[in-house]
Design a protein around this ligand. Sequence first.
Ligand code: FAD
Length: 375
Amino acid sequence: MAEIIDVAVVGAGIIGLAVGWAVADGKRKVYVLEKNDSFGQETSSRNSQVVHAGLYYPKNSLKASTCVEGNRLLYEICASNGIAHRKLTKIVVAANDLEREKLEALLKNAAENGVGGLYLLTRQEVKRIEPNVEAVAALYVPSTGIIDVHGLMKFFLGKAKDKGAEVVYRAEVTGIAKERDGYSVTVQDSSGALTFFTRVLINCAGLNAGKVAAMAGIDLKKAGYRLHYCKGEYFSVGKGKSGLVKRLVYPVPLPEVTGAGIHVTLDLDGRMRLGPGVEYIREIEYTVDENKRHLFYEGVKRFLPALALNDLAPEMAGVRPKLQGPGERQKDFVIHHEEDKGLPGLINLVGIESPGLTASPAIAKMVGEIVNELL
Ligand SMILES: Cc1cc2nc3c(=O)[nH]c(=O)nc-3n(C[C@H](O)[C@H](O)[C@H](O)COP(=O)(O)OP(=O)(O)OC[C@H]3O[C@@H](n4cnc5c(N)ncnc54)[C@H](O)[C@@H]3O)c2cc1C
């Protein structure tokens, strides 16, 4: 007879690991299944490592609520568990009066989302804190920071294991069949295919979340779960120029741009990088097109004129699992128990793009609450 477990989590990125921690309780049999050799080898290690504040997301969206709660929880988790992070703060800069008006709208939206401590800076105030930045005004965001994402994933992994979850690598979920009171799950590992039964199945498969949902019987078109791949490339800035800014600097987001616009981030070693860009792609790949150097430079030079084209070098890329296709309006995270689609016990997490890293502890908490009602 096939093995019977309580909860199977598909994917060991930051979301699957945090969810593994939230659903394990020392008594339940929990598997976290990962197709790669280790945890966090996909989107969770290809991002800006920014703890976002929650400025941009529509009021009452899951993105807004989980980002604001996740921001608070992450700083608490980091402080009590020695995870490297720095609350660097951020400014969103306006290049002209029209953009200044947009900053005011951003401030209003962020305040409605519950983001605290924001205020507008004049040109002189910007110059005082960031002498190399040109702006007519800026929005100061005290709760933005950067974090050691690998360290955070190791923390979630350790906590999940401490509570009895088993994290299994080289275990690709290749088949899901609905049974009475649960799902039979087929996993391909080095020794071949094996099948087990789980009462609850949680899909945290990142870029593959649409495919896994479809395997479980979801009609992607009807549910609106079809994912689009959206690549974000980064250029690093030579060490000599890293000291040009002390905090993260973002432009005012433009309506035609998907994402926050090309911005300046710093890592925990103080290295500066520009990005991420926005490009919809058909197949997942992570090359960085050196020819885009100009584009990145132009995007940033208007607020950081001391930067030179030659300071930029191609660095890395990540791919966003986006529910919104090119030109479509912003779409929210899907975090959903699929009982209403005739699939009780199946929880889908689809479209977990930015701010998924920031939101991870809040998302895990939400999923933990759903599972507590089911088991
Ligand atoms: C360019 C870029 C910049 C970003 N910057 C930020 C930022 O600064 N701050 C922020 O908060 N967020 C940011 N994000 C978003 C954040 O990185 C993601 O929301 C988060 O990493 C998603 O984690 P995940 O666990 O859902 O996905 P992943 O890390 O992709 O994990 C999914 C896992 O599922 C596994 N898997 C897939 N299919 C199967 C299967 N069939 N069987 C078994 N395993 C499977 C994969 O191998 C993978 O390990 C950024 C994203 C991108 C692309």
